[in-house]
Design a protein around this ligand. Structure first.
Ligand code: SF4
Length: 399
């Protein structure tokens, strides 16, 4: 990482912020951040051990503003979860069909087409597709899925398949991963969502998602995708059984992989929600932990261009505040999303209008920028009209 600037006075952040960071217990980490030096495992652990959320946020904000200025990115996207049948049985998952839980479904191509047709009036730029592992689906199903999306929304970018889905698709195709990825690309796949990384350690894997791919397999699949020209994101599921050390290991593995390929675009910390899972005894993450995960991700992943606060998982207000704790992306309008349906019902709508997203970003003092999934800026004639005309500072009520 390049040094943020040669002097604190010219760096992002106010003089008060710099004085606060210089005088606190994380002052050596502040020096490293200002000099653009990479943080070590021990630094990462100290960040997680620190309870000074203000300092963590201020440090992360220095990096965030140096990389992305005052911009907050968002996308207009639609999610399609084509089946909820899954043979992996991850203990943290409430999405897959099971007794007493969600009823099973598999979408036909006609179902997919109809779902996309329903939103034809919305200028969606990204179709985001992930689902469970249903062994009865053949290789052709996945190719047909891409073809159907491409035929129905030819202009939309298809971001699809987590690493476990790709490994399943490869198994069905009986071909090397490179070949499979190129074939999927030829059918319209444009990038990978990068989900399912959970916590990249063998202990956590064996304890709560043992039937899913290992850390090594997740990283190798991601790197192979990058090598054939597919960008991906990378997630971290936090707030379950993982230790602070394991969070740091996870971040460092992502950082090393990024050094090798440069193919990750965005780091997405995902807050664990235990409702409906086999880990229901674990409480919901707090806003404090959610902001901390974003800030530490921003600080440790010096080679990731972007950090996302996914509003649907951490609630719109926390995602909004996160724009000052290291995040520069708030995800998108998210039409139809089933993975975290339990959270959705309680805390969030399934969908935010573009106007509301833009309003939230402006209210937070950031500049909204509509992007496509590869962070190309989208200019639309109607976008200026979305900026709400109202004062940022509340005026005294008359009378
Ligand atoms: S997290 Fe994914 S792989 Fe695991 S059970 Fe849920 S749908 Fe299946």
């Amino acid at each position: 990482m390049n040094s943020l600037t040669t002097s604190a006075a010219a760096a992002p952040g106010s003089t008060v912020t710099h004085r606060y960071l210089q005088s606190g217990p994380l002052s050596d980490i502040y020096d490293k951040v200002m000099e653009g030096k990479r943080l070590s495992f021990a630094d990462g652990l100290r960040l997680w051990q620190s309870d000074d959320l203000t300092a963590l946020g201020a440090l992360a904000n220095l990096v965030r503003e140096a990389k992305n200025g005052n911009k907050t990115y968002y996308v207009r996207n639609q999610h399609i979860n084509y089946t909820n049948i899954c043979n992996k049985g991850c203990k943290f998952c409430s999405f897959y069909a099971q007794k007493g839980g969600p009823a099973p479904y598999v979408m036909s191509m006609e179902d997919v087409r109809r779902k996309l047709e329903r939103t034809r009036h919305i200028p969606v730029t990204e179709i985001h597709m992930v689902a469970g592992i249903y062994p009865k689906l053949g290789y052709q199903y996945y190719l047909d899925l891409l073809d159907t999306v491409k035929a129905t929304r030819p202009d939309a970018h298809i971001k699809a398949f987590t690493m476990v889905e790709l490994l399943q698709i490869q198994k069905l195709a009986k071909k090397p991963m490179e070949e499979v990825l190129l074939e999927l690309k030829a059918h319209g796949l444009s990038s990978l969502p990068g989900g399912g990384a959970e916590i990249l350690t063998d202990r956590v894997h064996d304890a709560i998602f043992e039937r899913k791919e290992t850390a090594h397999e997740w990283l190798e699949t991601a790197k192979t995708a990058h090598r054939v020209g597919l960008h991906s994101n990378a997630t971290m599921l936090y707030g379950h059984i993982e230790t602070l050390e394991e969070r740091v290991v996870h971040l460092m593995k992502l950082r090393e992989a990024q050094d090798e390929t440069g193919g990750f675009l965005t780091f997405i910390p995902l807050a664990f929600s235990s409702k409906g899972t086999k880990l229901e005894h674990i409480p919901q993450t707090t806003g404090y932990l959610d902001l901390k995960a974003i800030a530490i991700g921003r600080l440790m992943l010096d080679n990731f261009p972007h950090v996302k606060s996914f509003w649907m998982m951490i609630t719109p207000p926390v995602a909004q505040a996160a724009q000052w704790y290291g995040a520069d992306d708030i995800d998108g309008t998210v039409v139809e999303y089933e993975i975290t349906h339990e959270i959705d019902q309680e805390n969030a709508a399934q969908q935010l209008s573009q106007q509301r997203l833009v309003g939230m970003i402006i209210e937070a003092g950031r500049d909204p920028v509509e992007r496509d999934p590869l962070y190309n800026v989208i200019e639309r004639e109607d976008s200026a009209a979305l900026v709400p005309e109202r004062p940022r500072v509340a005026l005294p009520m008359a009378g």
